[in-house]
Design a protein around this ligand. Sequence first.
Ligand code: AKG
Ligand code: FE2
Length: 202
Amino acid sequence: MQHCLFSNHSLQSLPLADAKVQYLANWLDNETADSLLHLFQRELNWSEAEIKIFGKMIKIPRLQAWYGDAGTNYTYSGVTMTSLPWHDELHKLKAKCEHQCGSSFNSVLANLYRHGQDSMGMHSDNEAELGIEPVIASVSLGEVRNFDFKHKISGEKFRLPLEHGSLLIMSAETQKHWQHGIAKTKKQVKPRINFTFRKILR
Ligand SMILES: O=C(O)CCC(=O)C(=O)O
Ligand SMILES: [Fe+2]
């Protein structure tokens, strides 16, 4: 069982049945979060990825980039992404997540939500290469966007706004029992970057 090391950030456990989800607001101080937002927006290799739906290639509504150790490829909605070698600052952020969570990661999915019409559909991060009960560390930068959870059987819902500089850790049976996603919003919103650090089993 994975758990978080003691820290002086206020750690909030979400009241979700059959799951373990912890949230740390202000995990990064504001100044660090601001500078990382701008750095990653400029320096990562963002692309308009496509997924296969009923055999057709469709552009996803956000920009994406996949970084990791050599050989950490990821198959997602019928498309295999080959990892790019780590960007230095991203590798440092990975180390900070590892220290916080007491788990190791070897890759990260980066998503850039350019505006309110960018989104991510409801899904579970339950691909075989993540193994059972994966620990996923999610760092958010920029505009606050709502993270929605939905229980696969009971339909129970829970919404958590993910703030600038926050860390969300999903572990234990969370992916087995819950889906999550980022809904579109009609509000005028600024860009948001999210990183989900993962361990791909090879
Ligand atoms: O942008 C987010 O907070 C969610 C990202 C996510 O669910 C994923 O990358 O699998
Ligand atoms: Fe996810």
